[in-house]
Design a protein around this ligand. Structure first.
Ligand code: MEV
Length: 320
């Protein structure tokens, strides 16, 4: 068998990040920005991971945990090999257009694309559920206590309503009237650290924050209803309220607020942190015809602005 190439999308959380870690629902969207994994058989007994950004790593299969950005990808490969009952040596080349550590699920997209490419290379007829589950192994290594929403939306695509333990539903929404504009704060951060900090604040001030979490749950349900009615004005308002709740749990900062208010003043329907916060990107929901102007205003305050749409396509076999 020759090479197998698979791509998987980035994601943005529309509403419910952080609250989802404690069991509340959240809604995530797959984006038109993708990561690519190409898998190839090797005659040697090694697993080789290659990335333009991080170089080449070769693993012999018995490594204990190492501090290395490619190690989680290796863990995903090992998990797929386990599923296939194989010790085959192989090489995976990663290429990604998704900004890392920015809240867009770049690690999940790489993990999903890798799991799917390796499964296909090994002739394993893996279900999307198995791809999602194997990719989650890499996510746990990187983020410590991830909800699993990132790898799920990257595998399935579209808009998903997700909660831990209850699984997810794909929402049937036509997003053609709107565009998503993302602007980078330029501040890199660790999702694992932010999640731990939020959970510590929640247990310290539980009598207050339990009510914020309850409000977040209602907010996600109302956003789901608004999406299903294609009432994007209400979706934008709920995103703004969600941002207020995220500020309450301590994951905003001055730069993120500057970008969010820039987007709102330029006419966005709603703007908020997306993902773990503390840095990374903000997400603005815009009418299609307003998106360019909003992106232009944001580019005065941000070094990287992306205009994107919801991708119906989840993990996709490109060749092989
Ligand atoms: C996910 O992109 C962001 C958080 O909700 C963590 C998680 O769900 O694993 C903060």
């Amino acid at each position: 068998m020759g090479n197998v190439t698979v791509t998987a999308p980035a994601k943005a959380i529309l509403v419910g990040e952080h609250f989802v870690v404690a069991g509340c629902p959240a809604i995530a969207l797959a984006l038109d920005i993708r990561a690519k994994a190409t898998a190839e058989l090797l005659n040697e007994d090694v697993i080789e991971i290659v990335s333009k950004e991080f170089g080449i790593r070769r693993y012999g299969g018995k490594e204990t945990r190492v501090e290395d950005p490619l190690y989680p990808v290796y863990l995903v490969v090992k998990e797929v090999l386990k599923l296939a009952g194989s010790n085959q040596g192989l090489k995976v080349v990663i290429e990604s257009n998704i900004p890392p550590a920015a809240g867009l699920g770049s690690s999940a997209a790489v993990a999903v694309a890798t799991a799917s490419a390796v499964a296909k290379l090994l002739g394993l007829n893996a279900s999307l559920e198995e791809i999602t589950r194997t990719a989650y192994t890499g996510e746990v290594e990187i983020h410590k206590k991830p909800s699993g929403i990132d790898n799920t939306v990257s595998a399935y695509g579209g808009a998903i309503y997700f909660s831990i333990g209850k699984g997810f539903e794909r929402l049937d929404v036509n997003f053609s009237q709107v565009r998503l504009v993302l602007a980078d704060s330029g501040i890199q951060r660790s999702t694992g650290t932010l999640v731990a900090r939020v959970l510590a604040l929640k247990s310290k001030h539980s009598s207050v924050l339990d009510q914020v979490y309850a409000a977040a749950t209602v907010l996600v349900e109302n956003t789901r209803d608004a999406l299903e009615r294609e009432d994007f004005t209400a979706v934008g308002e709920l995103m703004n309220i969600n941002h207020g709740l995220l500020s309450a749990i301590g994951v905003s900062n001055a730069k993120l607020e500057e970008l969010i208010y820039t987007a709102r003043q330029a006419g966005a329907l709603g703007a908020k942190i997306t993902g773990a916060g503390g840095g990374g990107m903000i997400l603005a929901l815009c009418w299609r015809e307003d998106a360019e102007q909003i992106a232009m205003e944001l580019s005065k305050a941000s070094t990287k602005v992306l205009m994107t749409s919801v991708s119906e396509k989840g993990v996709t076999l490109e060749s092989g």
